[in-house]
Design a protein around this ligand. Structure first.
Ligand SMILES: Cc1cc2nc3c(=O)[nH]c(=O)nc-3n(C[C@H](O)[C@H](O)[C@H](O)COP(=O)(O)OP(=O)(O)OC[C@H]3O[C@@H](n4cnc5c(N)ncnc54)[C@H](O)[C@@H]3O)c2cc1C
Length: 151
């Protein structure tokens, strides 16, 4: 999107107040555009299952700068030692399934996860959008059973 200096100026002023040398740094790239979001609001970290030796650190959901120090350290250890330094299953790229590259699924789900980013992160939260992309072989039978049991 086009630059919006009016919107940015008060933030820049406060930043210069905190870090005076910013006043002379100049702006190399004025970026006003969308951020990257994953379907579960969590990063994609670690070695990809498809290509051995290819490590990724992306899908940062608005907190890539904030997370960079820890992510850099964790990924460096991961590459060096061949395993994550702590339990990073939550953000491990291997949690993602091929069907999650489905564009209509991503279109619906990432809009919901973006909205949830700054809400309380409840454990076991069930997403509302993009349901039924993947179904159990028993889905139809379970569904009809539920309907029969309903009062
Ligand atoms: C509008 C906006 C607001 C944000 N606000 C925040 C915030 O408040 N706090 C926060 O923590 N995070 C924020 N983020 C997220 C954060 O900016 C990103 O997560 C972070 O910059 C990602 O860093 P990176 O080094 O992984 O990738 P990038 O910063 O995207 O760096 C990738 C680099 O690779 C270069 N490149 C791409 N392809 C090639 C190629 N083929 N050959 C050579 N070079 C290439 C690109 O030019 C770029 O310089 C925001 C992002 C956006 C877009």
């Amino acid at each position: 999107m086009p630059e919006d200096f009016e919107h940015f100026e008060p933030i820049l002023e406060m930043a210069i107040n905190r870090v005076p040398s910013l006043a002379d740094a100049g702006i190399q790239l004025f970026f006003n555009g969308p951020e990257s979001f994953t379907p579960d609001d969590r990063y994609l970290l670690g070695e990809t299952p498809e290509v051995s030796g290819l490590f990724c650190a992306c899908g940062f959901n608005s907190v890539g700068i904030l997370s960079s120090g820890g992510v850099g350290k964790a990924l460096a250890d991961w590459i060096h030692d061949g395993h994550a330094p702590v339990d990073l299953a939550d953000v491990d790229v291997r949690r993602m399934q091929p069907w999650q590259a489905n564009k209509s699924y991503l279109f619906d789900r990432t809009k919901e996860t973006l909205g949830l980013l700054y809400k309380m992160h409840w454990p076991y939260l069930q997403y509302e959008t993009a349901r039924n992309v993947r179904q159990s072989p028993f889905h139809d039978r379970l569904g009809s059973r539920l309907i029969k049991l309903a009062p």
